[in-house]
Write a protein that binds this ligand. Structure first.
Ligand SMILES: Cc1cc2nc3c(=O)[nH]c(=O)nc-3n(C[C@H](O)[C@H](O)[C@H](O)COP(=O)(O)OP(=O)(O)OC[C@H]3O[C@@H](n4cnc5c(N)ncnc54)[C@H](O)[C@@H]3O)c2cc1C
Length: 386
């Protein structure tokens, strides 16, 4: 018997919702299966804001994907009428030889991206909330800004549904197997068993449990987001006046933060980039402790003196790290005819969500993609290094 669906998408978080949209838009019969409800807060795609930028210090190889992602984010806003991206500009701050500054400049130069290098006096003049040290500089990118994760996921689910995708929530996949003769997959949930020609796995922090045969030692990391009400009010922090920032200190510790986007009482969000504690989705400590808030306030005080004014709230989230912090996007090496995988986004995946949806749809429906994804092969040596 022919499989019921063309594609089953496991996980409807950031990546899975985008995959479901792109697959359904191309006419595929799609079933999406999600463990929790729509747009939930128990994975990696919540917290109101995510940084987006193009001068990518992680590796210039990401830049073409970012350019496409910007186009797709614009289209997503047009197609749904939702407010998703706010391109308020961004500064990558630190010493000239820091990874944040040096790497961003390398990407900007290699891809000829519009950018400016700012000396400390100029940073203070343009952005009076920021007080860089005498030896710190910034790469300014006017097209950097933020995207809203919950609006993004909701928009992709909406479009997928409009194009006929069946989306089942509170229905976890318990196991799956290939059909005989490579005819597709059979996928089991507590309620039902489904068949499809293709399976797309976008498991977020559940990758270590669901993708044991991929050969990549994922580390799930607990991360905390903090909201502070600045001294003197949020007026200097609104997106018209305030950029997103990534700020690396002389020990290599990075913080990043956002303008104030939740109204005068919402404060502004800031977080450490990396340096979280290892966890699992079952064991993650959801309570944020006073000493953690103090550590954040201490890191902020010399750099953005008004910001640690009054602590408002905190929330936790998970990174799914690969050893080299590059993504995994591939046909599954052990099931190359039927299974596509997108995971290991290592704390920097959200800005790529729409283009990952497009790539996954390419891989699931045609077996290949024109996008450059060599860096994301799980068989690269650096992905296996424990
Ligand atoms: C605090 C924090 C800050 C971040 N900041 C940025 C940033 O500024 N810029 C940026 O680009 N990126 C950022 N990221 C990273 C980005 O948010 C993630 O890379 C991205 O959200 C990952 O999406 P995902 O689809 O892989 O995971 P998720 O959105 O978590 O989706 C995975 C889904 O799979 C479901 N699932 C798992 N197992 C099953 C199963 N058995 N059956 C059915 N469903 C299942 C889960 O319930 C979940 O909904 C940040 C992440 C965090 C945590």
């Amino acid at each position: 018997m022919a499989p019921t669906y063309d594609v089953i998408v496991l996980g409807l978080g950031g990546m899975g919702s985008a995959a479901a949209h792109h697959l359904a838009a191309r006419g595929a019969r799609v079933l999406g299966l999600e463990k929790f409800g729509p747009v939930h807060h128990r994975g990696s795609s919540h917290g109101g804001s995510r940084i987006t930028r193009q001068s990518y210090f992680e590796d210039p190889a990401y830049v073409p994907l970012l350019l496409r992602s910007y186009e797709l984010y614009e289209k997503l806003e047009r197609d749904t009428g939702r407010e998703i991206a706010t391109l308020c500009g961004g500064v990558m701050l630190g010493r000239p030889d820091s990874r944040t500054v040096r790497g961003s400049l390398e990407s900007a130069r290699q891809w000829d991206l519009p950018h400016e290098m700012l000396e400390p006096e100029e940073i203070r003049r343009r952005f009076p909330t920021l007080t860089p040290a005498a030896d710190e500089v910034a790469l300014y990118e006017a097209r950097a800004g933020l995207v809203r994760p919950e609006h993004t996921v909701a928009a992709h689910l909406q479009l997928a549904g409009q194009d006929g995708a069946e989306l089942h929530f509170e229905e976890p996949v318990t196991r799956w197997e290939e059909l005989p003769g490579g005819a597709g997959v059979r996928v089991h949930t507590p309620e039902n068993t489904y068949t499809a020609g293709q399976l797309v796995i976008c498991p977020g922090a559940w990758a270590p449990q669901l993708l044991t045969d991929l050969g990549v030692p994922f580390t799930i990391e607990r991360q905390v987001m903090y909201w502070f009400a600045p001294d003197g009010g949020t007026a200097p922090f609104v997106p018209d006046r305030h950029p997103i920032y990534i700020w690396e200190d002389d020990r290599g510790v990075q913080i990043y933060g956002f303008p104030s986007i939740d109204g005068p009482d919402g404060g502004a969000k800031v977080a450490f980039f990396r340096k979280g504690t290892v966890c699992t989705p079952e064991t993650i400590e959801r309570t944020v402790h006073d000493h953690e808030v103090r550590a954040m306030a201490d890191q902020l005080a010399p750099r953005i003196p008004a910001l640690p004014g009054r602590f408002l709230k905190a929330a936790t989230c998970m990174y799914s790290n690969t050893p080299d912090e590059h993504f995994v996007i591939t046909r599954h090496p052990a099931h190359p005819e039927t299974v596509t995988v997108a995971c290991g986004f290592s704390g920097h995946g959200f800005k790529f969500v729409p283009v990952v949806g497009e790539i996954v749809a390419d891989l699931a429906l045609t077996g290949a993609t024109a996008h450059p994804i060599e860096l994301f092969d799980p068989r690269r040596p650096a992905a296996a290094a424990a």
